[in-house]
Design a protein around this ligand. Structure first.
Ligand SMILES: [Zn+2]
Length: 660
């Protein structure tokens, strides 16, 4: 096993993981070695006869566990983006072990006792020290032996349940796919879309991981729409029971740690801090959003000539969009070719704002032939980091879009950032990849996270890049979406893939006018999922839920968001964001998107007030906010950027929720 690529640091540029050398049999030995090494390192820290200092304790912890870290990064990347059966088997075996390992450090009393004795005058060190202290307390370091024992059991069971939940879901996306024999039932889909889903004479529509499949907007056959919608909302029914069990266990864990609910525990170290703060904000949004959606529903039923059902919404929304705004989303697709969107849109905007330059590195590879690697340079030519891009959907990839870091920037470790974006764009059977506007927007969004990682300029890996509170992390990525429709950026990337003609100005005008339409739907769909997440995690210790579907309905009803035509964006059975407990889990955190959007709407206003797309503005955003990562209080960083506290009005205005 001397040739295990995880045992030594990568020799590739920027420490890019050597994906080509990694074989499945390397993982388990690397996990084992990584955990053993780190436990030894922790023991050495504890047994150090010198008095505890920041350097000999916190810095030493920051440096520890490098083999494990390298292994976890590569493994979790593959488990999200290309989870073969082999990877899934290893995941089932290793997840509980990793939870035990993390607990054995965070529940270590001697280590915690050392941390409590440390003092420092340096602001960045003091901030990190406090973070460690809070991490230990929140992990149970202050609990009695008996309570710690129970906590370990809870953590292990939760990890197992969440692995099963996620795996059920991945399997369901193909197992519960809609199989259509008669091509006539797919009327409305383009020829190339039909070709891409043909399989041995049948047509297979795999499920996307949210309630409304994108083709619901196109399928003219109502019965096909209904079948697809019902398969989608009813997938992985065994997950209802797992979710209820997880919610109960999380409530028990929160009580052990001194909180009335998992939600209270979860927001305590966020920028929201209290459940009341979250509920106050949601309370301002629900009523106007539902009223908006009801008005939209009336318009849709009028267009349809009958009272619509949930599976009709997207289809008639497209029709109304066409009728009222003379705008068809499909007309834009030929102007949104993937490579052009990336280079002349996403990269170009970053160049204008921050001066950065991108160069594709064909000599470097990801874990799959479709992954592209770009080197990123500062305006003065100095190297900044690597950006990996994996745009296409595949059966082994989980749903949605996301950013993750393969190497965290850190001055302590001497590392530059390596970050990646995953999207889930359907790969065409042939010809260019043409995107919807939503997909274009997602590409800009995810790249906003990538910039947060790439511009990180901090000492310690624990607070590098996107390691900020969860209810803050969506904010920079949402801000980056504003450039997708910025006139000079759009003009630069939106060109016809065959003729090179720019997108006609009147089409853009129509798109802008039509953008406001269906906001009621989007907001209700999101808020319903948010309140569902919230309700599951407001359970008190000892509360159990027998019938998870009934609980779901009651929760929506109680919160005033039960609108039969707009179901939650995720129902309990496929709400992977909240029933996945690994890094990136959003339990009691789905509110974060709209919480962050308050900051986003304020920031968009700031850019507009200050001349928009200008290098000076980009540099200000970068230096005050993006570069500091989580190395200081992020709300202080926000105030440095904006010059004031955030207000909710810009968000209400944007979402059409200002009550007249
Ligand atoms: Zn995001």
């Amino acid at each position: 096993m001397t040739d295990n690529p995880f045992f030594t640091p990568s020799e590739l540029p920027y420490g890019l993981p050597p994906f080509a050398l990694v074989k499945e049999e390397h993982y388990l030995p690397a996990f084992e070695r990584g955990m053993t090494d780190q436990l030894r390192e922790v023991r050495e820290i504890i047994e150090n006869p010198e008095a505890p200092t920041f350097a000999n304790t916190i810095e030493a912890l920051e440096r520890s566990g490098r083999v494990l870290h390298r292994t976890v990064v590569v493994f979790s990347t593959l488990s999200a983006s290309d989870a073969t059966d082999g990877i899934r088997d290893i995941e089932t075996q290793i997840s509980p072990r990793l939870t035990q390992h993390a607990d054995s450090i965070r529940l270590n009393r001697s280590l915690y006792a050392r941390i409590k004795q440390i003092t420092t005058d340096d602001a960045e060190e003091a901030w990190l020290l406090e973070k460690y202290r809070v991490d230990f307390v929140r992990s149970g370091a202050d609990l009695s032996e008996a309570d710690q024992g129970r906590l370990r059991e809870l953590n292990e069971e939760l990890t197992k349940l969440s692995t099963t939940f996620t795996q059920n879901l991945l399997a369901a996306s193909t197992d519960s796919a809609l199989v259509v024999e008669d091509v006539k039932l797919l009327d409305g889909l383009s020829e190339s879309a039909i070709k891409a889903i043909e399989k041995d004479g049948s047509y297979v529509l795999a499920l996307f991981n949210h309630t409304n499949h994108p083709v619901l907007a196109e399928l003219t056959d109502r019965e096909t729409r209904r079948r697809l919608y019902e398969l989608s909302t009813g997938r992985a029914p065994e997950n209802f029971e797992l979710a209820a069990r997880m919610a109960t266990l999380r409530a028990e864990r929160a009580a052990l740690l001194g909180y009335p609910s998992h939600a209270a525990y979860s927001v305590a170290d966020q920028t929201a801090k209290t459940t009341e703060a979250v509920e106050e904000m949601l309370g301002k949004l629900v009523g106007p959003a539902v009223a908006n959606a009801r008005r939209e529903a009336e318009a849709l039923s009028e267009e349809a000539g009958f009272p619509i059902e949930p599976w009709d919404w997207s289809f008639y929304a497209e029709r109304v969009r066409k009728a009222r705004y003379d705008f068809d989303g499909a007309d834009l697709r030929p102007y949104f070719e993937l490579d052009r969107v990336l280079r002349d849109g996403v990269f170009h905007a970053a160049g204008e704002l921050y001066g950065v330059v991108f160069s594709e590195r064909d000599d470097l590879a990801g874990y799959h032939p479709d992954v592209r690697v770009f080197e990123v340079f500062e305006a003065d030519g100095s190297p900044l980091g690597l950006f990996l891009f994996d745009p296409y959907a595949r059966p082994t990839k989980r749903g949605g879009a996301w950013m993750n870091a393969l190497v965290d920037q850190s001055h302590l470790l001497g590392t530059r950032p390596v970050v990646m974006n995953n999207l889930n764009i359907t790969k065409p059977a042939e010809g260019p990849t043409l995107l919807t506007f939503d997909e274009v927007n997602t590409a800009f969004h995810e790249f906003g996270h990538a910039l947060h990682g790439l511009f990180s300029d901090v000492r310690f890996p624990r607070v590098s890049g996107t390691a900020v509170p969860r209810d803050f992390v969506e904010y920079p990525s949402q801000v980056n979406e504003m450039w997708a429709t910025w006139p000079s950026i759009l003009a630069n990337f939106a060109r016809h893939h065959e003729t090179g003609e720019p997108v006609p100005a009147e089409l853009l005008e129509k798109m802008r006018a039509a953008e406001k339409f269906n906001q009621g739907f989007a907001t209700v769909e999101y808020l319903a999922a948010t309140l569902l997440d919230w309700s599951w995690h407001k359970l008190a210790a000892g509360e159990t839920v027998e019938d998870a579907e009934a609980f779901e309905n009651a929760a929506l009803e109680r919160n005033g968001i039960a609108f039969e035509l707009v179901r939650p964006r995720y129902r309990t059975n496929y709400f992977a964001h909240i029933f996945f407990s690994g890094v990136g889990g959003y339990s009691a955190g789905y509110y974060s998107y709209i919480w962050s959007e308050v900051l986003d709407a304020e920031s968009v206003d700031w850019f507009k007030e200050n001349g928009g797309l200008e290098r000076g503005n980009g540099d200000h955003f970068r230096s005050t906010l993006l570069s500091v990562g989580g190395s200081r209080d992020v709300m202080d960083a926000f105030r440095d950027f904006r010059g004031s506290d955030p207000r909710i009005e810009p968000l209400l205005k944007r979402r059409g929720l200002l009550v007249p």
